[in-house]
Ligand binder design. Sequence first.
Ligand code: BES
Ligand code: ZN
Length: 896
Amino acid sequence: MPQDHSVVRLEDYQPTPYQIDRVSMAFRLDPMQTEITTTLRMAPRQGSNNSQALKLQGDEINLIGARLNGSALDASHYEATPDSFVLHKPPQETFILEFVTRVAPDNNTQLMGLYRSSGTYCTQCEAEGFRRITYFYDRPDVLSVYEVRIEAPKDVPYLLANGNLIDSGDMDTPEGFDTAQAWHYAVWQDPFPKPSYLFAMVAGDLARVEDHFITRSGRNVALHIYVEHGKEDRVAYAMDSLKRSMKWDEDVFDREYDLDIFMILAVSDFNMGAMENKGLNIFNDKYVLAKPDTATDTDYALIEAVIAHEYFHNWTGNRITCRDWFQLCLKEGLTVFRDQEFSSDMRSRPVKRISDVRQLRARQFPEDSGPLAHPVRPEAYSEINNFYTATVYEKGAELCRMLKTLIGDDGFKDGLDLYFKRFDGQAVTIEDFLASFEEACSVNLTQFSQWYRQAGTPNLVATYTYDAARGQMSLTIEQSCPPTPGQPTKKLMQIPVRFGLVARDGSSATFSGIRDAKSGSLIGGSDCTLLTLTNREHTYIFEGVSTDALPSLARGFSAPIHLRTNLTLEDQLILVRHDTDPFNRWEATQFVLMDHLIRQTRANQSSSIAVDQPVNAALIEALKTCLLDDSLEHAFRAQLLQVPSEADIAREIGKNVNPDAIHAARESLRQELAKALGTTLVELYQSLQDGGAFQPDSASAGRRALRNGLLDLILAAGEGTAKGIATAHYNEASNMTDRFAALAAMTLNRSTAADALLTDFHDRYADDALVIDKWLSLQASSPQEGTIGKVKTLMDHPSFSMSNPNRVRALIGAFAMNNPIQFNRKDGEGFKLVADIILTLDRSNPQTAARLANNFRSWKVLEASRQTSAERELRRIANTEVLSKDVADIVNRCLQ
Ligand code: BES
Ligand code: ZN
């Protein structure tokens, strides 16, 4: 296959010379020969150069016929290939272009365009899947009103598309089909102009769960969730989450839903998590289906967040969309910010912040510091699917949050209101977005806008000194940003640093004001909680400081930065005990644990018989106090107990990483902690015994999280009595959260009882694919020596399938992502396994194969011998003759 190295650049943006204001489509469904008639009403765009040819995109299009203004087009008037259609002399006034195309949904293994999942016809068009259905200007700035007719045999009862149902009924069986089979049709019309990526069509024999929501202006919206027959009893939580999302968006953002019906379809074959098609969201079923004995608390929280996210896109993405895919963070970053806020309001705000920051550091920081680093708004791409990244999504959300911090809650609301008002119905840019805030709040966001353009995580170095005699604290903060691919030097950024003072004795510390040391000017009074960095270096003088105190900086993680301070371990332990900001209290705990882990890792690395370092006794005491402090939420205490992950430690070490030394350090710390906390753990564990029926609410989930976290730590101390406790925990569990937590703790702590329970677990849930995914993931995550062999065996297991992305992610994704010592094996067997699978999967599903290839992004931080093995596999992939653009792009950037 000729490799296509074409690159799309932001600077080359041009509007299309023609517009398409109406699209009407007719689908005659068949698994192998679906016929699609598409009628486009087009016209030259005002002010465009009329001499341009009309070139539409396609992808593997099989064209049956083309007509212009009702007459068949002569072959000399156009040129059609599978990936483009060119009309040589387009009319210069409104015209009608019609295509008949044919696709085979059952042969569509890429899961882009029209395909079937468990017999249900469905579509996935973002980012460039619509062009697999028909020729089109398949880009987000071409907005059209769609009318869609679906024709199918009556054994496919539900026929759905975007918008409102305007007609349906029986029809004659079309020519060429079995006359014994009766047919029917449905016609849907979506009144809102939309880009092609938001198009959706669904047809299947499904179960429908119904509810409704009355909007604040009194519109009665029908809510329909479609699932496979027999799964109706797992829809309640998704439906409830949807209603809460609709209410919350009215209450918090003044956004009301705009159609009379909102539909969700759950399918088992889906590349991503979910998709926000107008009025007809399509979901990976793992983000819809839940009942207590098959879904964990984590699953419930994810369902709530993903349902909210896709619903929130209706305003941030659909009503106002992106001008081009470079602006992806305009919809994704903002919508992630919105779903994070929603979850914070539904659950615990501090705990949500801690888990979001954990995720940002685990997913985005490694991306930002490696070969795949790119700005939140990239400037060039060769394959857009590879830019649905943690940077665009999660760092993009952080930028929205920083903006809110900088301009205040009211200013942020005013700016967004202006954005919604001004750009409703348009396809816009980050500049348009920022201009709304500049205008509404009279601020200048020029420096802030660098966050969208510069890749890399800024480093802040903060140094404080306290002068008791003068009652002054001096605080110097310096910023820098490391080079990233294509960006050797960086401009200075505007960085919001939330802060507070914490007295050494735990009492409250106050100050009278803050001055800039250089200019002497007053920066803030006694109520100031925010410093805004704009220069390379700032020195702040805190005056009238009431008592010997420490700065608690970047509270709530007020910016996506790396912070180093001159706070000592003792200082950090004061924050562990006394910081009133829960995020920084957790952060200080992590700091102390990380300090230990790094020293232990270094010791392990330099000696084969490294001695276990003693764990800081003051930390043990502080943790004990926190664990028993009933004023702290259970979920927060569970977070305190979670030792930094192996990936966290690797990132902190940054180069010459030896995953075995890290793993051993972490295991020994957990063991020492468990021993030192001893009976505190067991007694607290026992006091948290759960009674009554499972409730998925935040408080109940928090209680389970703490109890399960305690069990995991108790097991880390060694089997002893813990084996009995854990086995009982597994057997007596009344829900999946507790049962799976026990199984995971036993497997990951290498309990001798684990194998028997893994078999038991399999037999209990053998025919429940989503539960079996947990079973596959857990085994692939096991640090045991034999895991590679196990993963290979599991690939032959009847529940595994290379054609289902959830199965591939559960087994192979988990191995590459959650198993640092086996994936990064010195002998290269881990890399080889994943590379083999990438190559196999690339032939059927390049998008999912490329996502798997992302796991190589940090190979350059490994110690030399492991780098060599990783590079060998990357080169083997890169040199493969037939390779998708998706995988080639990731692998080539990794190698650069
Ligand atoms: N628009 C995306 C889905 C998508 C992603 C389509 C990539 C095509 C390519 C959707 O809104 C989304 O962001 N989904 C996330 C989950 C969400 C909760 C962050 C996903 O699918 O992972
Ligand atoms: Zn999204």
